[in-house]
Structure formats: structure tokens, C-alpha cells
Design a protein around this ligand. Structure first.
Ligand code: UFG
Length: 323
């Protein structure tokens, strides 16, 4: 049985929907930002808190867990600057608790959701895993701290782990039964689509004077189901004893500017957006584009879906959003 912590959240719930096809799954989530409706009915759902040792022990006692996938974290850069305690508490201290309980129950396999925010403002156009980690906010630092803890635990206790550094997750399950639903929503693609649906009056472009081709920030958008597929390959590699203590970037390897994303949303939906140029958002690097060559070479994963498919799937979801 696989324990998915944070399996009711955006990325976790998409992974669970795929994972239940081949594995027995138990989801632990406190529903602070996740949605009960997003958890596939084939998974066992336990409402509980990662920071609560009793909740964790109960789950490990009740189910024969062979691996843990950890998606439960706060992930808003701006909020992390204003309230770093929340980030170090929920993202670092709670993860230590989880690792402690795993050790007690002799569970050795761990997959950790990390982020491009660990790279800070990189001085290369294409980021690979040798690009130095230099986060510029508490969110990125909280993720990097856990990565470092995992490396130490691997050496000292034989923990097997894979870290997956996501670039910009977007899109929805092809069935449109689950999708992205954050409150507040801060991400570009859902914001544009909500506007095109009529629930926001405009889209603000945060900064048009960056040192990029059209002056707006460039990001590497990756379909959430491509992310799910990468997790499943990483899990198989861990369970087969093939890989451990590895860090992989997960991205498309293609950068799109904020303007290009908005134009693609207009093209996919056939609706024109009302766009205003606004000030830069503090802490935004001009360009974040991944090389995902390492995971292709070692596990055979590559992103299958392009920006149009990401937006088309997200659009299907937003039109019938159920939670
Ligand atoms: N943007 C706008 N207008 C909006 C929303 C976003 O112009 O209304 C811009 C942002 O300034 C940025 C780009 O669109 O240039 C993408 O922004 P998102 O908020 O969608 O995503 P981020 O790149 O800021 O965030 C992602 C992850 C974070 C991670 C970060 C690393 O969601 O978890 O990458 O920098 F920390």
C-alpha cells in the first residue's frame, strides 16, 4: 500500500487518480487546502494532520505502507515571506515528524515534492540539477531544507528517496472530473481562464520590463498528468531498488512568456482577454525553464503534453468546476 500525504490537493489528487490503477492507496490529508471530492473513490481517505504524531501512527499501524509520497505543503511564495513560521512548521517540521514515524515503522521509500523555487534566480537559461540551489524566499528554503534532511537520512539510516522539483504545474485530468482549485488562486493559467469565463474582470500582467523577448516572465508549464506519470516511474524505480537519493527536474524544457500564455488561452477558448500591464510581483525570477534530461536518461520520463493541451484540459475543468 502506498501512503499519499496531501493526496486531496491539486497535484496529489491527480497522482492518486493514476496510482489507484496499479496500487492500493491510502490518502492522508487535513483538507486545509485540499478537497475531499478530489480524492478518487478507489483510495482510502483518512482526514488527519501531518503534524500530529497520533494521526501518523494510526495510519502506519492500520495499513502495510511500503512507500510514502509527500505532497502536503504550503506553496505560496508571497505568504512564505510574510509568515515564514507557517512554512518552516508545515513544510519542514511536519516532514521531520513524518520521516520519524516512517523510521519507527521501518518504511524506507519516500518521494518528495520539491520545486523550481529551490533555484532562486538562476544565472542560466536552462536549469539542470547541477544548477546551484539558492532559494530567495522561505518557501523555496523550506523545500531545500527537506532535500538536505533527506540526503542526511539516506546516508545515516538508509532512507531511499526521490526528490521531484516541479516547474509550473498546470492543466487538469483529461476527464475534467478533477482539476486545479485554489483559494485564493494566484497562478496564471487558472486566473486567465477564470477571467475568460467571466468570473474576473481582467488579467494583470505582473511586469513587462523584464529582460526577456517580450518583457514578461518566462515559465516552463508542465501538465499535472505528466507530473503524475513521473511520480509513478519514480515510485517503481524506488520499489525495484533501482534509484535512490536522486533529484530530478520536472518540466517541458520549453519557456512561455506571460503574454504567450494569455494568447494561447485566447486561442484555445476563442475568447479575447481584457489584459492590463501591472507592476512586477516581488520575488519573480525573469525566466525559469527546466532541463528534464536527467529523468529522461535515467527513468525514461518526458513531458508529453504541450501548452495548448495543458490549457485545453484546464479549460474543460474550469467550465464545469465542481469544487
Ligand atoms: N502572473 C501574472 N499575472 C497573474 C498571475 C501570475 O502576470 O495574475 C505571472 C507571474 O508574475 C509569473 C507567471 O505569471 O511571472 C507565473 O506565475 P504563477 O503564479 O502561475 O507561477 P510562479 O512561477 O510564480 O510559481 C511557480 C509555483 C511556485 C514556485 C514558483 C517558483 O507555483 O510554487 O513557481 O518560482 F515556488
Amino acid at each position: 500500500m502506498i501512503l499519499v500525504v496531501g493526496g486531496a490537493g491539486y497535484i496529489g489528487s491527480h497522482l492518486v487518480k493514476e496510482l489507484v490503477e496499479t496500487e492500493e492507496v491510502v490518502v492522508l490529508d487535513n483538507l486545509s487546502t485540499g478537497h475531499r471530492e478530489a480524492v478518487d473513490s478507489r483510495a482510502i481517505f483518512v482526514k488527519g494532520d501531518l503534524g500530529n504524531v497520533d494521526d501518523l501512527v494510526m495510519v502506519f499501524r492500520s495499513y502495510p505502507i511500503k512507500a510514502v509520497m509527500h505532497f502536503a505543503a504550503n506553496s505560496l511564495v508571497g505568504e512564505s515571506v510574510v509568515d515564514p513560521l507557517k512554512y518552516y512548521d508545515n513544510n519542514v517540521a511536519s516532514t521531520i515528524m513524518l520521516l520519524k514515524v516512517m523510521q519507527r515503522f521501518k518504511v524506507k521509500n519516500f518521494i518528495f515534492s520539491s520545486t523550481a523555487a529551490t533555484y532562486g534566480i538562476p544565472n542560466v537559461d536552462i536549469i539542470d540539477e547541477t544548477t546551484p540551489a539558492a532559494p530567495i524566499n522561505p518557501y523555496g528554503r523550506s523545500k531545500l531544507m527537506v532535500e538536505q534532511i533527506l540526503a542526511d537520512f539516506s546516508k545515516a539510516y538508509g532512507l531511499n528517496y526521490v526528490v521531484l522539483r516541479y516547474f509550473n504545474a498546470a492543466g487538469a485530468h483529461q476527464s475534467a472530473v478533477i482539476g486545479e482549485s485554489h483559494d485564493p488562486e494566484t497562478h496564471l493559467i487558472p486566473i486567465v481562464l477564470q477571467h475568460l469565463l467571466g468570473t474576473r474582470d481582467k488579467v494583470s500582467v505582473f511586469g513587462s520590463d523584464y529582460d526577456t523577448e517580450d518583457g514578461t516572465c518566462i515559465r516552463d508549464y508542465i501538465h499535472v498528468m505528466d507530473l503524475a506519470a513521473a511520480h509513478i516511474l519514480a515510485l517503481q524505480a524506488l520499489l525495484n531498488g533501482k534509484k535512490s537519493a536522486e533529484i530530478y527536474n520536472l518540466g517541458n524544457g520549453l519557456g512561455y512568456s506571460v503574454k504567450e500564455v494569455i494568447e494561447t488561452c485566447e486561442r484555445v477558448t476563442g475568447i479575447k482577454a481584457n489584459v492590463e500591464m501591472a507592476d512586477r510581483r516581488p520575488g519573480d525570477p525573469a525566466r525559469l525553464v527546466a532541463s528534464a534530461k536527467k529523468i529522461y536518461d535515467e527513468l525514461g520520463w518526458k513531458a508529453e503534453k504541450n501548452l495548448e493541451q495543458i490549457i485545453a484540459d484546464a479549460w474543460k475543468w474550469h467550465q464545469k468546476q465542481t469544487y
